[in-house]
Design a protein around this ligand. Structure first.
Ligand code: ADP
Ligand code: MG
Length: 630
């Protein structure tokens, strides 16, 4: 530790400077949240010390009652938030209040647009935390003494690039955060104003938040006597321990904001107390909007874990699978030991059964939401649908429940809106239909305009249109739903089963026989490029298409794996042609040299429609131009 007496200047990390600037300029319509953030930090500090004192009771022996105090000094124009929590050492002050440790901060900052409304909701998701004090203060100082030490330090800053650290004194462990209010923000000194903000944001915090009792009414002609006694302003009971019927929606929503740092209300929540063999309380929330870093696999996720109402850890990811990483909430278990660590959690059978229970709760909650508020669910799907799909591959036990929550675009309405559930699809199936048909492609347009759809459109059979990168992979884990097989229409022999009538079948067989010589000519011309050549019965308007061979990886999947850097063996497609098509007829009239040009052209066209690109586009254009000139 340095020996410096007096102030020592430090510079903020660049990201802090940017965030400070943006925050002050975009959150001015919601200024009071600074108090929520600072009280929330004080409560966290108390929780941390309470946890640490389980092992080391000496830490709190001389001051065992935890509390947070909010006081004001009218003359100095300051509000002070004091706690007797864990406190910070000199190094802690520098690290915690001089940098932002969150991953993806730089990326987050680059997303801010300068549009105040948009930015304020983004900043809300990011969690403004300690620095929000600068929305109302032009100077902040923090005097802190870490529990178990006897030296205190002061951090102070005007929020403009630099902060100072100096030695200080404090009567014991804990932290005072002093806000020197801007001239324009003096209204926050009002006793009533502060009390109403505290009860709005902090009722559910389990630590009492105290303020001085109001001054005693004065005798005739005397100054009122200022009080020296403190009283709790918040309810100070952990929200989840209260009965459901005692908790208002507002309280649930406020609590969500406290644990998630999200400014928006949650979409819905489930609060359950379980007694008996297992005893726990869970309060799980589904957010409305995806956080800015949803796709960052490293991002903190999971629930806040309590054991017998004692805070144990944030972001306990052991209780929710990755595909439910958007869920926020609290889990309070009576069955885990108080000294539980992440390592113990990992191997505990209690963890496993709590995890199973949490997953069921979330999936049931989503099911209810889909049924009761389809519009909200649609919004949820747009935000988190692709994350939920990961569950098909990751959570075998709950596959059916997850499948029931999926939504797809479909030829039923031919828009890219993903609104059709598998049950909707089954409800509309033709009497003679026993399969769920889908196509997975690079984009909505490729899917919707795929030649593979021709026969389905002609027969009026609905096909689900998939065009999210994850679809093909996710669907490869779902072979059936509700007893109906899911079938990709671009893969393998198309078996329409009873959807094809006897006359059609005979006609097809006849065409196949008659076109056998042409099949041989195509095989000769296309050679190594194809696995097989067949007469199609998928096409009505197009001359040809390519199909992924049955049992092989589909073309779309192969592209995905290749894009992910996987070494892929080349998958040769099956070439299917439509002998009735005028272009195919024309080709068949050519001499062998010309026929092979035509065959290659038809093949490249089919590849282009399937994948949007060609291995050798130059030769394709040359061939096309040559034919156009003829
Ligand atoms: P967050 O609370 O999301 O971690 P904040 O910006 O609110 O982010 O706070 C930054 C860090 O500063 C906290 O993680 C904590 O380590 C430290 N801190 C802030 N306030 C206090 C306090 N009252 N007591 C102890 N540590 C604190
Ligand atoms: Mg905080």
């Amino acid at each position: 530790m340095s020996e410096t007496v007096g102030a020592e200047k430090h510079s903020f990390q660049t990201e802090v400077k940017q965030l400070l600037h943006l925050m002050v300029h975009s959150l001015y319509s919601n200024k009071e949240i600074f108090l929520r953030e600072l009280i929330s930090n004080a409560a966290d500090a108390v929780d941390k010390l309470r946890f640490k004192s389980l092992d080391n009771a000496d830490l709190i022996a001389n001051d065992p009652d935890f509390r947070i105090r909010v006081t004001t000094d009218e003359k100095a124009g300051t509000i002070t938030i004091s706690d007797n929590g864990i406190g910070m050492t000199r190094d802690d002050l520098i690290a915690n209040l001089g940098t932002i440790a969150k991953s993806g901060t730089a990326e987050f900052l680059s997303q801010l647009s300068g549009d105040q409304k948009k930015d304020s909701s983004l900043i809300g998701q990011f969690g403004v935390g300690f620095y929000s004090g600068f929305i109302v203060a032009d100077k902040m100082s923090v005097i802190s003494q870490a529990a178990g030490t006897d030296e205190a330090f002061e951090w102070s800053s005007a929020g403009e690039g630099e902060f100072e650290i100096s030695e200080a004194s404090r009567s014991g462990r804990g932290t005072d955060v002093v806000l020197h209010l801007k001239e324009s923000e003096k209204e926050f000194l009002g006793d009533w104003r502060l009390r109403s903000i505290i009860s709005k944001y902090s009722d559910h915090i389990s630590v009492p938040v105290e303020m001085l009792k109001p001054a005693q009414p004065a005798e005739e002609g005397e100054e009122p006597e200022p009080s020296t006694e403190f009283e709790a302003v918040n309810k100070a009971t952990a929200l989840w321990t209260r009965g459901k019927s005692d908790i208002s929606d507002d309280e649930y929503q406020e609590f969500y904001k406290h644990i998630s740092h999200d400014f928006a209300e949650p979409m819905c929540w489930a609060h359950n107390k379980v007694e008996g063999k297992q005893e726990y309380t869970s309060l799980l929330y589904i957010p409305k909007n995806a956080p800015y870093d949803l796709w960052n696999r490293e991002r903190a996720r999971g629930v806040k874990l309590y054991v017998q109402r004692v805070f144990i850890m944030d972001d306990a990811e052991q209780f929710l699978p990755i595909y439910l990483r958007f869920v926020r909430g609290v889990l309070d278990s009576n069955d885990l030991p108080l000294n539980v660590s992440r390592e113990i959690l990992q191997d505990s059978s209690v963890t496993q059964s709590l995890k199973n229970a949490c997953v069921k709760r979330v999936l049931t909650l989503l099911e209810k939401q889909a049924k009761n508020s389809p519009e909200d669910y649609q919004h949820f799907w747009s935000q988190f649908g692709n994350v939920l799909k990961e569950g098909l591959g990751e959570d075998f036990a709950n596959k059916d429940a997850i499948a029931g929550l999926l939504r797809f675009a479909s030829t039923e309405n031919d828009t890219d809106k993903q609104t059709v559930s598998l049950s909707d699809y089954i409800g509309r199936m033709k009497d003679s239909q026993d399969k769920i048909y889908y196509i997975a492609a690079e984009s909505f347009a490729t899917a919707k305009n795929s030649p593979h759809l021709e026969v389905f459109r002609k027969k009026g059979i609905e096909v689900l249109l998939m065009f999210d990168r994850i679809d093909e992979w996710a669907l490869s884990h779902l072979s059936e739903f509700d007893g109906k097989k899911l079938v990709s229409i671009t893969q393998g022999d198309l078996d329409l089963g009873d959807l094809e009538d006897e006359a059609e079948k005979q006609e097809r067989e006849k065409a196949e026989k008659e076109s056998q010589p042409l099949v041989e000519r195509f095989k000769e011309a296309l050679g190594e490029q194809v696995k097989d050549v067949k007469v199609t019965h998928r096409l009505t308007d197009s001359p040809a298409c390519v199909v992924s061979p049955e049992g092989d990886m589909s073309a779309q999947m192969a592209r995905l794996m290749a894009a992910a850097g996987q070494e892929m063996p080349e998958i040769k497609p099956v070439f299917e042609f439509n002998p009735e098509h005028p272009l195919v007829k024309r080709a068949s009239e050519q001499q062998e040299a010309d026929f092979s040009e035509w065959a290659l052209l038809l093949f490249d066209q089919a590849m282009l429609a399937e994948s949007g690109s060609l291995k050798d586009p130059g030769s394709f254009t040359r061939r096309l131009n040559k034919l156009l000139l003829k």
